[in-house]
Structure formats: C-alpha cells, structure tokens
Design a protein around this ligand. Sequence first.
Ligand code: PEP
Ligand code: MN
Length: 360
Amino acid sequence: MTVQNAFKSWELHKSDSPLIIAGPCSAESEQQVMNTARELQNTQVNLFRAGIWKPRTRPDSFQGVGHIGLKWLQQVQQEFGIQAITEVANTEHIEQVLKHDIRNIWIGARTTTNPFAMQEIANAIKGVDVSVFVKNPINPDCELWIGAIERIQNAGIKRVAAIHRGFSTFNKTQYRNVPQWQIPIELRQQMPDIPMICDPSHIAGHTKPLQEISQKAYDLNFNGLIIETHINPKEAWSDAQQQITPQELKSLLNSLVIRKKNAENNHIKHCLEDLRHKIDYLDDELIGILEQRMQIIEKIAEHKKDNNISVLQSDRWKNLLDQMIDAGSKKGISKECITNVFKAIHQESINKQTKIINNY
Ligand code: PEP
Ligand code: MN
C-alpha cells in the first residue's frame, strides 16, 4: 500500500489495515540503514524511518549523521521500493530532504512545542507534495498539538497525520513518556479527519511493553504504528534500549489483533447499545451524587467561614485519599484512577469553598 493510498482510505474511514512505519531511531551508516531496510522490505512496513538530525537533550550525545545520511534513505527508496521518512526541524532540513526526493517528514515533539519553528516549517513546505506527521508536544497540551497541525494544513498540505509519542513528566514512571491516552482521544474528537499513529517506542523507552501499547492503540482505533527497528539494537547510537530487530517487529505485528471499528450484525449492535444505556444511566447517577456532595461542601464552607477555619485540611485530605485508594483497590480500580478522580473532586471543593469564604 502506498502512502497516498493509506491516506485515502483513512479519509474514507474504511481501512482496517494500519500504516506501519519502522526503521532505526537514527541513521548511523550506509550499511546499518541498508541492512535494516533490506529486512523490512516485503513486510507490512509502509514507510522506512531514520533520524538524520537528532534533537538530543545533551550536547555531547550523538547529534545525527546530518545530510550525508539522506543519500542512504534515497538508496532505500530506490533499491527496496519503501518510501522513507525523516525528522525536520527547520528550513535547511526541508531543503535538503526535498533535494534528496524524500516526500515524508515528521515533526519531533520538541519542535511541535514551538509555534515559531512550526510556522517556519509550514512556510517552507507551502504547496509542496509531502506527507507530514506531527508528533505531540513534549508537554500534555492538546491545543498546542492542534495548533501545530493547523499551521501545516494552512500551508495547503493535504496529507497530515498525528503521532502520539507520550508526554514528559518529572516523576519517574514505568514509561519514558506517559501515554495520557485521553489527549490523543481529545485530538481525534476535535480533528476527526487526522489519522492518528502511535509511537510505542518513545512511550515505553524499553522493549518489553511495546506489544501491549501497540495493541492498546489498535483497540482505540489508531490508524497505525511507528516502531524503532534496528538491525543490531544493542549497538544503536541512540535509544538502544527501546529498539527491536526486524524479526522481532514481524512477530510483534503478527501478534496484534485489529478490531472492527463498528459492530456489523444487529444482535451485537443491540447488546452494545444496552450496555451503553446502562453506562449512561450510571453516569447520570454519578453527576447526581457529585451535586449532593457539592451541596454539603457549601455547608462546610459556611461553617468554616463562621468559625474562621482554613479551607485546606491536609491531614483530612490525605486520610480520605488513602481510604479511597484502599476501597478502590478492593474493587479492582487502580490507584491512578482513584487518585485522578478524587484530586479533581477535591480541587472543585477547594475552589467552591474559597469562593464562599471570601464572598467572591
Ligand atoms: C524520534 O522519533 O527518534 C524522536 C526523536 O522522537 P520524539 O520527537 O518523539 O522525541
Ligand atoms: Mn528515538
């Protein structure tokens, strides 16, 4: 399937066959690029990825081979018939990429955060026939991601996709970049025609969870995957711990189940509708309970105001959260879910109480 085809079928929302992008984090040598690409020809892989200019956190890390590597990508296109894709961050990168006949580019997470850089890129590709894949910004800001995509669309580019690669956090988690699935889901709601690709490699940061994250993306109707694949991952010059071999990629892809987007037969459809009605009913109940809780909060606020007591009672809040986490875990609800829900409820209570106490 060519990229053009893939985009067309996504537009029609008919394709059950995902777009697969694979290849090394970075192009390192002609041999490494060609040997990896050779193993990926005649597989499900539609696009061959390799970073030429690498946005690295520290200046002493490998910064990418630079434009010399574009010749190797051109060779991949010619010898193996797989189109190449690479990262661009400025006008010079775009000029070099187009000169080497590469028609697919991705915008890295650090670049998406910067509207000046996004506009520079958009201006440089105005009217050019390229596919543009926009990674989410490193911070969990859906508007910034949407803005970056709009700048590319405003330049007249028709084939634009989003890549979900997770979000940076200060806290140590099991992920290199936390997925926060609600953000790509929100983007899809606001931009339903933009295909969504998942990047399990940069979400995970290591190889073990790649399968699970990829399956989750398929379960959420993502339109494809970008997975870092290297002929010899242990020796990779960047992101060594998260790359897999072409052989491992093939088994991973074969293990994934592609779900149907919609139920075909009436019985399945009705079953689903019944269950959804039950959910709708419970959601209404939840709103009713929250309303009652807020009414009590108002009474507490009046009481605190009359007796000059402070809004935040840290010990009480800590105990409450611990109790709820404990109660939730007995019912199979994760600590993360309970914490998120009760933090939101608690924040709303504090806002309400502050208003009442200060007569806002
Ligand atoms: C990459 O794809 O190798 C890369 C640098 O990704 P990100 O911009 O998501 O960090
Ligand atoms: Mn990488």
